[in-house]
Design a protein around this ligand. Structure first.
Ligand SMILES: *[C@@H]1O[C@H](CO)[C@@H](O)[C@H](O)[C@H]1NC(C)=O
Ligand SMILES: *[C@@H]1O[C@H](CO)[C@@H](O)[C@H](O)[C@H]1NC(C)=O
Ligand SMILES: *[C@@H]1O[C@H](CO)[C@@H](O)[C@H](O)[C@H]1NC(C)=O
Ligand SMILES: *[C@@H]1O[C@H](CO)[C@@H](O)[C@H](O)[C@H]1NC(C)=O
Length: 503
C-alpha cells in the first residue's frame, strides 16, 4: 500500500516538473528533486527499462528507508544490512552509473599531474619551501613505529639551534602531518609557528601514511589495526611527548595543538595518564571532539548500527578504514546533498566525514589535499566515534558489549573518561558549522575543564571542520588568535582558581 503512495508521489513530481504548485514546499528542494528525477528518467529510458519497474527495483527500498516506512517486523540491523546490500547491488548492476547520475557534475580543476608536490612527503614538502625538515622514528610501548616530522627552526633564522619554545601539532581523523603544511608557507600553521619562533613537531598517528609499521605485527594483520583513538592516547602520545622531552630536556614545556581527533586523544590522555597535565604547558583544541550529541557528519548514519561490529567491519573495511566504494558513495550522497559539491570532494572519505565549505575552500589546494588525504585510520576508530554518537553524551572507551566489557574492563559498561581530571590549561576553538564539533558539545566540554583558557568561536558562520587546516582565511579567523592565546594563554589561565598549580 505504502509503495503505491510513494510511486504515486514520485510520478506526481515527474509529471509536475514544470508546474509552480508549491507555496507550501521549498521551491529549491522541488527543483533539485525534479532535476534529479528527470536525469534518472533519461537514464532509465536510455537503458530501455520501464520506469515503473526501475522504481520498484531500485528506488523503493531507498525511499522507504529514507522515509522510515519500511516494514516494522524486521530489525534495524536487518534493514541496514538489506539497505546496503541493495545499494551495493545497484551500484554493481548499473556499473556505478546510478550514483553518477545522481551525483553533481564533475568539475575540472587546473591540476597538473606533473606537479611534484602531489607525490612529496611531509619533509620533502617542507624542504621544497626552503625550510629545514627532520623525520624521527619513535617506537611505542606496544610496538608501533611512528614517524614524527619536525621543522626545527625558522628558515630565515641565523642560528641553527632550535628554539626553546616547542609545539606539538596533532592531526585529526584520516589526516597526517601533511595537513598542517598543505596550505603553503604563507598560510600553513606549521610554517607560521616556525616563523613565530617555535620548534615545530608534527605527529603521525599509528596506521597513517607515515606510521605504518610495527616491530612484530604485519601491517596486513587484524592485530595491527586493532586500535582506536584510545590506544593512540595511551601509547602514541606518551611516546611522542616523552621523546620530545628527552631531546629537549625535561625542563622544557610543550604546547599542544590538536585538530579533531588530535583533540580527542589529548582529552583521553589527560584524563587517564594525569601526570601529562604537568608535562605539557597548555593545550589548544581546534574543532574539539569529545562529546558527540549534535553531529551532522554522515558518520552519524553508522551510529545506530555501531553495536553490530562485525557487520560494520565488513562494510567499512575489516582493518583499515577503506569503505567499499558503494558504501562511501552512500555516505557521501548524504553529505553532498546537503552541500551540492563536486564529485571529487564527494568521493573523498575525509570530506565525506568532515564536511566541506565551498566559500573558504582554496581550489588550488585540491590536488595536493586529495593526493595526501585520507592518510589512513583504523575502522575501529570510526566505529568508536559512531559509538560515542550512539552513547549520546558519554565520552567513553570502546564498547565491546556487556560480556566483552566485563572481560576487557571488569565492568558491564565501557569506562567513561574522567574529564574533570584534566587540569592542563586548555583553549577550545570551535566553529558553528562544524559537522563533528557542535556548539552544545564543545560548550559542555568547556564547562568541565578545570583550567579553561578561553572558548573562542570562529567568527564565520560557514566555517567547517576541515577549514581549520586549509581555509582561505584560516590565518585571519583562527591562527592569529591562536598565536595570541599561545603567547598569553597560560598566564591568563593562571588567574583562575587553580593558579598555584601552574606558577
Ligand atoms: C535545474 O536545472 C536547470 C536547468 O538545467 C537549472 O537552471 C536549475 O538551476 C536547476 N535547479 C537546481 C535547483 O539545481
Ligand atoms: C626570509 O628571507 C627572505 C630572503 O632574505 C625574505 O624575502 C623574506 O621576507 C623573509 N621572511 C620573513 C618572514 O622574514
Ligand atoms: C583486539 O583487541 C581486543 C581488546 O584488547 C581483543 O579482545 C581482541 O582479541 C583483539 N583482536 C585482535 C584481532 O587482535
Ligand atoms: C591558494 O593556495 C595557493 C597554493 O598554496 C596559494 O598560492 C594561494 O595564495 C591560495 N589562495 C588563497 C586565496 O588563499
Amino acid at each position: 500500500m505504502k509503495l503505491y503512495v510513494l510511486l504515486f508521489m514520485v510520478f506526481l513530481v515527474i509529471q509536475c516538473s514544470d508546474a509552480r504548485y508549491t507555496d507550501w514546499f521549498p521551491q529549491n528542494l522541488v527543483n533539485v528533486f525534479t532535476n534529479k528525477t528527470s536525469k534518472i528518467t533519461e537514464y532509465v529510458r536510455s537503458k530501455g527499462r520501464s520506469l515503473k519497474q526501475f522504481y520498484v527495483d531500485n528506488v523503493k527500498s531507498k525511499l522507504t528507508s529514507y522515509l522510515g516506512t519500511d516494514d516494522v517486523e524486521v530489525t534495524k540491523d536487518e534493514r541496514f544490512e538489506r539497505r546496503f546490500r541493495s545499494y551495493i547491488d545497484d551500484a554493481k548492476a548499473t556499473d556505478k552509473k546510478l550514483f553518477d547520475v545522481i551525483a553533481p557534475e564533475t568539475m575540472n580543476y587546473e591540476c597538473n599531474d606533473e606537479d611534484p608536490s602531489l607525490r612529496m612527503t611531509t619533509p620533502q614538502l617542507i624542504a621544497f619551501h626552503g625550510y629545514a625538515a627532520e623525520s624521527h622514528a619513535i617506537v611505542t610501548a606496544d610496538g608501533y613505529i611512528l614517524t614524527v616530522h619536525r621543522i626545527p627552526y625558522f628558515k630565515n633564522s641565523t642560528s641553527k639551534v632550535s628554539p626553546r619554545k616547542t609545539v606539538l601539532l596533532h592531526h585529526g581523523l584520516l589526516g597526517s602531518s601533511t595537513d598542517w603544511i598543505m596550505a603553503g608557507p604563507d598560510k600553513g600553521l606549521a610554517y607560521m609557528l616556525s616563523e613565530y619562533g617555535y620548534d615545530v613537531w608534527l605527529a603521525n598517528v599509528r596506521g597513517n601514511t607515515y606510521s605504518r609499521a610495527h616491530v612484530s605485527l604485519s601491517v596486513d594483520s587484524s592485530a595491527f589495526w586493532n586500535f582506536t583513538f584510545h590506544e593512540v592516547s595511551q601509547y602514541d602520545l606518551p611516546a611522542v611527548i616523552d621523546y620530545i622531552m628527552d631531546k629537549k630536556g625535561w625542563d622544557s614545556k610543550i604546547d599542544y595543538i590538536g585538530h579533531s581527533m588530535g583533540t580527542t586523544v589529548l582529552f583521553a590522555l589527560l584524563s587517564t595518564k594525569t601526570h601529562y597535565n604537568k608535562v605539557l604547558r597548555a593545550g589548544f583544541a581546534l574543532a574539539p571532539v569529545a562529546y558527540m550529541t549534535d553531529i551532522r557528519s554522515p558518520i552519524r548514519l553508522l551510529a545506530s548500527y555501531s553495536n553490530n561490529l562485525a557487520y560494520l567491519l565488513k562494510l567499512l573495511g575489516a582493518n583499515e578504514f577503506l569503505p567499499h566504494n558503494a558504501v562511501l558513495r552512500w555516505l557521501s550522497k548524504h553529505a553532498c546533498e546537503i552541500n551540492k559539491i563536486e564529485e571529487a570532494i564527494c568521493e573523498n572519505s575525509m570530506f565525506v566525514i568532515c564536511g566541506h565549505d565551498a566559500g573558504q575552500f582554496n581550489k588550488t589546494l585540491l590536488p595536493i589535499i586529495l593526493s595526501h588525504t585520507p592518510a589512513g585510520a583504523s575502522t575501529k576508530t570510526l566505529v568508536h566515534y559512531a559509538q560515542e554518537i550512539r552513547a549520546a553524551g558519554k565520552f567513553q572507551q570502546f564498547d565491546y558489549g556487556p560480556e566483552g566489557n566485563l572481560l576487557e574492563y571488569g565492568s558491564v559498561e565501557a569506562p567513561e573518561y574522567q574529564v574533570h581530571k584534566i587540569t592542563l590549561p586548555i583553549a577550545l576553538i570551535s566553529a558553528e558549522n562544524d559537522w563533528l564539533a557542535s556548539d552544545v558539545d564543545v560548550t559542555n566540554l568547556y564547562v568541565q575543564l578545570a583550567n579553561p583558557i578561553e572558548h573562542y568561536i570562529v567568527p564565520l558562520k560557514q566555517f567547517n571542520h576541515a577549514d581549520f587546516l586549509w581555509a582561505i582565511d584560516a590565518p585571519k579567523l583562527v591562527y592569529y588568535k591562536l598565536m595570541q592565546l599561545l603567547a598569553e594563554g597560560v598566564t591568563y589561565s593562571a588567574r583562575n582558581k587553580h593558579a598555584q598549580e601552574f606558577t
